[in-house]
Design a protein around this ligand. Sequence first.
Ligand code: AMP
Ligand code: MG
Length: 311
Amino acid sequence: MNVSIEQAADLILTGNIVAIPTETVYGLAADAFNIQAVKKIFEAKGRPADNPLIVHISNMMQLKQLVSEIPDDARLLIEKFWPGPLTIVLKKTAEVPDIVTAGLETVAVRMPNHKITLDLIELTGPLTAPSANISGRPSPTKPEHVEEDFKSMIPVLDGGPSLIGIESTVIDLSEGSLLILRPGYVTFDSIGSVTGKVVTHANPEGASLLKSPGTRYTHYKPRANVYWHNTSLPDQPAGSYFLFHTTQPEITGKNFFFYNQDYASLARDLYDHFRTADHLGYSQIFVEPFKNSEKHPIIPALIDRIRRAIA
Ligand code: AMP
Ligand code: MG
């Protein structure tokens, strides 16, 4: 069921959840201060309670309501990248319910770059929203994907397809250092040059994994098995779906896609391909590996999501 901005605001202010568009992926949103409403998000998604949510805001007054201090690095990053695909983890105020942060003393906050959702948040106040998919499924980048997972149970605010198509960069600034918990469209290099500081990556295999509970869980996975395409394999099994970005091999057909180094479009379409391959009954998805010589801001995030789909 599609709803208008005003209907979405009414639903949220009366304790319901609504799917909302953002430039990264669609979110499943509730009033961040309404514990019963936030509970509905965890129930609908089947999301483990120890996986905290990102709070979406539309202005800086709301940030002050959510976080107890805004360090200088955060100010620089906000100035440069908000509204946009950068989530910042900071120390939370007492006002933020524990259910939102899974009991952590920090809260993840982002200002999305999507006019419709910014207008909505002006009416509702801060919205807490994970991706609007059943836990473990690929994130939704179109309203149809939300319906695929939730049927007609979740009202959808249609804002067209998500333009980036991959989840936000998450950076933890709550302890003084700059620690990337999840790569996204905003890169290590750009964060380093804006702050003039060293940026560390929380290695998914490393100890700092504990800091971002969500990264423990399976994510972004279609039902088909995902593999890096290995050209030394003589034949790919029947029932395969192919995503190439740089070299165009001798494969053609409706199960073959070539992006000609348009990495931004590949990122925008990736989860849609995962879902389409599942619909059409493919059992393998082969993705061309990225070489070090290929440079584009979205490539590290693409590699991260594809690796997780392979895992
Ligand atoms: P999703 O909304 O499904 O894209 O997931 C949000 C991501 O942000 C997950 O990986 C969470 O673990 C992470 N996250 C949310 N809040 C925090 C926090 N307070 N500290 C660290 N990571 C967080
Ligand atoms: Mg998610």
